[in-house]
Design a protein around this ligand. Structure first.
Ligand code: ADP
Ligand code: MG
Length: 304
């Protein structure tokens, strides 16, 4: 069957970067055709995509609007259907159907406008935090990745990563973050975390003003949830002229609205900075990302 669309070149390029030579991209038009037929969908609108997923606006047989989300099943994407099913539309997009064989999902259609369109940074942050409060109030269902395991794996990776860093001050920062995680990891929490809630992953909706999309769920402490909102739209942070104060202001807004214990939340955010830095070192970097360093340095004084 001739395929109804062309894979966006930008999506193919990010897949090459993240996954290397990708058979998934080569098979994507066929997968889309198969899912459109199996779920009796008609294409309706231009394809969208992020770094990983292709999202096709569709109309269902009953005339209602939805989107077909196609993405490879990986450690990061495997938990998405279970997370969305558990939230059942409360603060997050509704899952309408899931095909476990391909990982494809049929989702409620939301607006094209994301929280990035809200210019006032604190207003956007308050909206995001309101969603986060509802999402992370839910206990994680069995079967998801656990922060306990992620934290343990990070601690194992720290000595090797430190050995590859050129700057002793950066080594000390990573070691400090690791010490904090070691202290906290006995109590790593059991909430259902979204784990990737930044402004682009909150879309305007009709049944609620805003809803979260694109979770990478795990079971853990809500303090591990804050980083995507602390380090996104970084230009706004820099524009304040005092990066540390701006990071602490964002952190303060979130901690207060989520009712988190400050020190613990700072500690888990240092853990999240550690995780992002370890990924970079694994990818061959020998200096740490300056945004992660800036967030960590702003929060070290507040942590355990
Ligand atoms: N339910 C939805 N309704 C409308 N647009 C969506 C929906 N889900 C995703 N999108 C669009 O597709 C883009 C990519 O989807 P996303 O789930 O964020 O995947 P990725 O993991 O690639 O970031 C989003 O930024 C958004 O523009
Ligand atoms: Mg996304």
């Amino acid at each position: 069957m001739p395929s109804a669309f062309v894979v966006p070149a930008e999506l193919a390029a990010t897949h090459r970067k993240i996954f290397g030579a990708s058979t998934w991209i080569a098979e994507l038009p066929g997968l889309a055709e198969q899912r459109l037929a199996a779920w009796d969908l008609r294409l309706n609108g231009a394809a969208r995509h992020g770094m990983v997923a292709l999202v096709l606006p569709v109309v269902r047989a009953d005339g209602s609007y939805a989107v077909l989300k196609l993405q490879p099943v990986t450690d990061d994407t495997a938990g998405e259907p279970l997370g969305l099913r558990t939230w059942a539309g409360r603060g997050a997009v509704r899952l309408l159907a899931h095909d476990p064989a391909s990982g494809s999902m049929l989702l409620e259609r939301l607006a094209a406008r994301s929280l990035s369109s809200v210019e006032d940074d604190l207003a956007a942050l308050r909206i995001l935090t309101g969603l986060l409060a509802r999402l992370s109030a839910v206990p994680a269902p069995p079967g998801l990745r656990r922060l306990a395991d992620i934290a343990a794996a990070m601690l194992t990776a720290v000595p090797g990563a430190c050995a590859r860093l050129a700057d002793p001050a950066q080594r000390r920062l990573l070691e400090h973050c690791a010490g904090v995680v070691a202290e906290l990891c006995g109590e790593s929490g059991d909430r259902l975390l979204h784990w990737d809630l930044h402004y682009d992953n909150v879309l305007a909706a009709q049944r609620e003003p805003w809803l979260a999309i694109d979770p990478q769920p795990l079971a853990g402490d809500p303090g591990f949830e804050l980083m995507p909102a602390l380090d996104n739209r970084w230009d706004d942070v820099v524009a304040t002229g005092d990066v540390a104060a701006a990071v602490r202001r964002r952190f303060g807004v979130m901690v207060e609205a989520l009712g988190l214990e400050r020190q613990r939340a700072a500690g888990w955010t240092l853990g999240r900075a550690l995780q992002n830095c370890l990924w970079d070192v694994e990818d061959g970097q020998t200096t740490l990302n300056e945004v992660q360093v800036a967030v960590a340095e702003a929060l070290v004084p507040l942590g355990p």
